[in-house]
Design a binder for this molecule. Structure first.
Ligand SMILES: C[S@@+](CC[C@H](N)C(=O)[O-])C[C@H]1O[C@@H](n2cnc3c(N)ncnc32)[C@H](O)[C@@H]1O
Length: 220
C-alpha cells in the first residue's frame, strides 16, 4: 500500500468528484470540540484538515502520522505556508499503522477517510490500538463514506464506492475491497457516538465519538 503516486493528484481528483463535500465533512465538528491538548491525526493526507484544526486552535500539539512520505511533504508544506506559527508544535511521522504502537496518550484522535482503507480484521486491530492511546473522555473524529439504507441512495453510494475501491486498489494498492462499518469496533473499544451528520445524499458521515471507558474497562 502506498499513496505516494496518488498524493499530488488527491486534491483535484477529490474536487472533481465531490466538490467541497469531503472537506466540509472533515471539518464539521472542529468548532464544537473543546480545545485539545494533544492530538493524534492518523492518515492525515495532504494537510487540509490539519490546517483547519490549527486555524481553530493555534499552537496545539499535534502528532500527524501517515504511511505516505509524499502526503506528509504536502501536509508539511501546507502547514508551513498557511500556519507557520503552529509549525513547531506539529510532529510528522511516516509510519504504517499496522506496525505502529502508541507511545503517548491523546485527548483528540482524528481518522478521516482512513478507516475505509482496511479490511474488517485489520480494522478491529487498529481501532483497538488507537483506542488504547485515548485518554478517558477523549474525542475521536471520524469522517468517512457510508452506505445509506434507502434503496436509491444506497445504489448511488454503492456505485461510487465500487469505483473508488477499484481506483485506490489500482493506484495505492490498498488491501480492502469494500467498506467495513467501524462503529461496532469503536463501541467495542469504549467509545460512544456524541454527534453525527450525514451529507452528500447520505453517503458521507461526520461523526464525533467520546471515550467513556479505557482499555475496555468501565470508567468510574
Ligand atoms: C484516502 S486517504 C485519506 C487522506 C485524508 N485523511 C483525507 O481526509 O482525505 C488515506 C490516507 O491514509 C494513509 N494510509 C493508508 N494506509 C495507511 C497505513 N497502513 N498506515 C498509515 N497511513 C496509511 C494514506 O497514505 C493516505 O494519506
Amino acid at each position: 500500500m502506498s499513496f505516494d503516486l496518488v498524493a499530488p493528484h488527491y486534491r483535484w481528483l477529490e474536487t472533481i468528484a465531490f466538490g467541497n463535500a469531503l472537506q466540509r465533512a472533515r471539518t464539521c465538528w472542529i468548532d464544537t470540540i473543546a480545545r485539545p491538548k494533544r492530538t493524534l491525526i492518523f492518515g492525515e493526507g495532504d494537510g487540509r484538515f490539519l490546517c483547519e484544526l490549527v486555524r481553530a486552535y493555534p499552537k496545539i500539539d499535534v502528532d500527524c502520522v501517515d504511511a505516505s512520505e509524499t502526503m506528509l511533504q504536502l501536509a508539511r508544506a501546507r502547514l508551513r505556508r498557511m500556519h507557520p506559527e503552529s509549525f513547531s508544535r506539529v510532529h510528522f511521522f511516516c509510519e504504517d499503522i499496522l506496525k505502529w504502537s502508541p507511545r503517548k496518550s491523546y485527548d483528540l484522535l482524528v481518522t478521516h477517510f482512513f478507516l475505509d482503507c482496511f479490511s474488517g480484521r485489520e480494522l478491529q486491530a487498529l481501532i483497538a490500538k488507537l483506542a488504547s492511546a485515548a485518554e478517558p473522555g477523549a474525542v475521536w473524529l471520524v469522517a468517512d463514506f457510508t452506505i445509506p439504507g434507502k434503496s436509491f441512495a444506497q445504489a448511488h453510494a454503492r456505485l461510487w464506492l465500487r469505483m473508488m475501491y477499484a481506483f485506490f486498489r489500482t493506484t495505492a494498492r490498498i488491501a480492502a475491497n469494500e467498506l467495513v462499518d467501524p462503529i461496532p469496533y469503536l463501541v467495542g473499544n469504549g467509545f460512544i457516538q456524541a454527534a453525527g451528520k450525514l451529507s452528500r445524499g447520505r453517503m458521507l458521515r461526520s461523526d464525533m465519538y467520546v471515550a467513556v471507558t479505557k482499555f475496555g474497562s468501565a470508567a468510574r
